[in-house]
Design a protein around this ligand. Structure first.
Ligand code: NAD
Length: 365
């Protein structure tokens, strides 16, 4: 297969971690007899520096013309970067919201998986038999509060602000269906999360979820209120397989889910549209505090590249090969700085930099 993807290295550690993900993709393509071509484009702060805006039409067009996009991360240090002196709609993050909308990326998938080798990093209380969770959050990404009408104005001398939370049944239907389809390929359980005891949008959400569930009799289905879900993720994350929820709830719950793994540098994500097109990026940000030092953990981006092969190209064996190589590299004791134990218990572990971590993973493919 000839794989053609766009790449957005981005800002901060973005270029460093994307370089390692490309190296791993090159290796897996070599092994499985594929060719791969990358077209690099700018977005976020790098685009502001080059073109004065965080996202250009050219970047959108190039991304759209490829089957998938691999991204590092964008943004800078809000306290020191000149990008944050610009109006909100000209800042790096505005580019991210705009590209999601322009490419119709309505489904954001964020796995939260506890690697057994990193179980000691999990901040949750120990559990008999050890912690062992593997869940995925499917978040609606192009509707809800973040895209509704909003305003701030003076009403009779009182500053007042309003945001609008709106969903239609079609937006709900497609994300719920995506979640059930993913569950069919996993442990066959969907938890639909809402606030149906208060919100109309949630009551519509729940009604549509129940309808879709009937089309998937092989998948177990339950509803959960978002406040309870936030609690259950900390109490017993093992109970979840696929969690599906609306934009803002998903934003918050997916950050919570990623933190219970204890290792932000490990978590991948995919944002998909109605075709097999997707944008793949690590869950973490551009880490300006360590940018340029060569010590970033590239694994989240490498695992995002595996998701790219799995979801946009249906290359299951190739994606498995990357994921297994990451597990083997960890099992062999290689750790980036963020994964080194804070205590003195580093026996059998070898600290590696960003480039070396990419090399060790390539060697195991
Ligand atoms: P961050 O995720 O960049 O960093 C939080 C902490 O985790 C830092 O100490 C950082 O050094 C560390 N860290 C993150 N990724 C790491 C990695 N791969 N290896 C080792 N350590 C890593 O979050 P932040 O500091 O709140 O945000 C920094 C910038 O990133 C901001 O401009 C923010 O808007 C942006 N951001 C972008 C995205 C995106 O591109 N999708 C997502 C989140 C944040």
């Amino acid at each position: 297969m000839n794989i053609q993807i766009a790449c957005i290295p981005g800002d901060g550690i973005g270029p460093e971690i994307v370089q390692e993900a490309k190296k791993v993709l090159d290796r897996v393509c070599e092994k499985f007899g594929h060719t791969i071509e990358y077209t690099d484009v700018l977005m976020g702060g790098a685009s502001i520096d080059a073109y004065g805006v965080p996202l250009t039409q050219e970047t959108v067009d190039i991304c759209r013309s490829r089957a998938a996009v691999l991204m590092g991360s964008i943004g800078g240090d809000a306290a020191t970067s000149p990008w944050y002196k610009l109006p909100p709609d000209k800042r790096p993050e505005a580019g991210l919201l705009a590209i999601r909308k322009a490419l119709g990326l309505y489904a954001n998938l964020r796995p939260a998986y506890l690697f057994p080798e990193l179980a000691a990093s999990c901040p949750l209380a120990a559990k008999e038999g050890g912690r062992n969770f593997d869940l995925i959050i499917v978040r609606e990404l192009t509707g809800g509060l973040y895209f509704g009408e909003r305003w701030t104005k003076d009403i009779d001398g009182v500053m007042t602000a309003q945001d609008t939370l709106r969903y239609n049944e079609n937006e709900i239907r497609r994300i719920i269906r995506t979640a059930f389809e993913i569950a069919q390929k996993r442990r066959k359980k969907v938890t639909s999360v809402d606030k149906a005891n208060v919100l109309d949008t949630s009551r519509l959400w729940r009604k549509i979820a129940a309808e879709i569930a009937q089309d998937f009799p092989d998948v177990a289905y339950e509803n959960m209120l978002v406040d309870n879900c936030a609690m259950q993720l900390v109490r017993d994350p093992e109970q979840f397989d696929v969690i599906v929820t609306e934009n803002m709830f998903g934003d918050i719950l997916s950050d919570e889910a990623s933190m219970i793994t204890g290792s932000i540098g490990m978590l991948s994500s995919a944002s998909l549209n109605e075709t097999s097109f997707g944008l793949y990026e690590p869950s973490h940000g551009s880490a300006p505090d360590i940018a340029g030092k060569g010590i970033a953990n590239p694994i989240a981006t490498i695992l995002s590249a595996a998701m790219l092969l799995r979801y946009s190209f249906a290359l299951t064996a190739e994606a498995d090969a990357i994921e297994n190589a990451v597990k083997k590299t960890l099992a062999d004791g290689f750790r980036s700085a963020d994964l080194m134990p804070k205590t003195d218990d580093a026996e059998g572990l070898t600290k590696v930099n960003c480039r070396e971590m990419g090399d060790r993973i390539c060697e195991r493919i």
